[in-house]
Write a protein that binds this ligand. Structure first.
Ligand SMILES: Nc1ncnc2c1ncn2[C@@H]1O[C@H](COP(=O)(O)OP(=O)(O)O)[C@@H](O)[C@H]1O
Ligand SMILES: [Mg+2]
Length: 249
């Protein structure tokens, strides 16, 4: 057994008397591609926010890549290698697609972004690589604010990749996308995992997408883990069917 890249123990977070995260134990192996599912309000986004440092847990511990990261700040956790995608606020709407990616790469290197300076070659190469991976090369000169919803999401994914993560957290990466854009985005997720060995944890509403792209699935309900299993195990689980089909479990 390889050690976990992410090790969460007895994690708890209460908001106004409601447990958004309750006694959560969770492990992710390096190179895994897994999904967290659960109805609205189950605690999926809170879990991602806790792991990436945007919320502080009330109790419990989070270890990443062998280091305790509980209570660390988002930028410290990002620097250690966890990127959380799809925070629209990361996009500078007036900069072009390419400028957004270049600026994210420079921030990662601790340099201030200067559009008019001669960018170093490594940064340029990495920008090209990311634009091409995310199928954004044809739109490189467009102001980011003018992109379609699907292309904005691709750009957000590009910005997460610019941080050179070891673990990518994708919170509903295909929300608001067309069927075609969803397919393209999930193929990219597969490629990032298979070709670059990136560890990926994603949430997703569309069960067909989850079953097709996750190696293992964890079901959250009211902040608690109900089960973890392969797509076949989750599909056959009665509690999963109750929670999804019956509304309440
Ligand atoms: N910042 C917050 N302040 C107060 N309550 C919150 C906050 N974030 C989430 N919650 C509550 O925590 C629960 C889990 O929410 P969330 O993690 O967004 O679920 P999901 O992403 O699975 O839909 C919900 O009851 C939600 O209302
Ligand atoms: Mg959510």
């Amino acid at each position: 057994m390889s050690p976990s890249i992410l090790e969460v123990r007895d994690l708890n977070k209460v908001f106004g008397g409601i447990s958004a995260t309750k006694n959560v134990d969770f492990d992710l192996a390096p190179g895994a591609k897994e999904a967290i599912i659960g109805p609205n309000g189950a605690g999926k986004s809170t879990f991602f926010a806790l792991v990436s440092g945007y919320h502080r847990p009330d109790t419990g511990s989070i270890r990443f890549d062998g280091k305790e990261i509980t209570g660390q700040k988002p930028h410290e956790i990002a620097r250690l290698g966890i990127s959380r995608a799809f925070q629209v606020s990361n996009i500078f709407p007036r900069l072009t697609v390419e400028e957004n990616v270049r600026s994210a790469i420079q921030v990662r290197r601790g340099k201030a972004f200067d559009l008019f300076s001669r960018a170093d070659m490594v940064g340029l190469e990495r920008t090209e690589e990311i634009l091409s991976l995310c199928n954004l090369s044809p739109k490189r000169s467009r102001p980011a604010g003018e992109l379609s919803q699907g292309d904005k999401k691709k750009l957000e994914l590009s910005l997460a990749l610019a941080g050179q993560p070891k673990l990518l957290l994708l919170d509903e990466p295909t929300a608001g996308m067309s069927i075609e854009e969803t397919k393209e985005t999930m193929e990219l997720v597969d490629r990032l995992n298979a070709t670059f060995g990136l560890t990926i944890l994603f949430t997703e509403h569309d069960m067909a997408v989850v079953f097709n792209h996750a190696q293992r699935i964890t079901l959250l309900h009211r902040g608690q883990i109900i089960m973890t299993g392969t797509p076949a195990e989750v599909r056959a689980n009665e509690q999963v069917q109750k929670i999804y089909l019956g509304g309440q479990a």
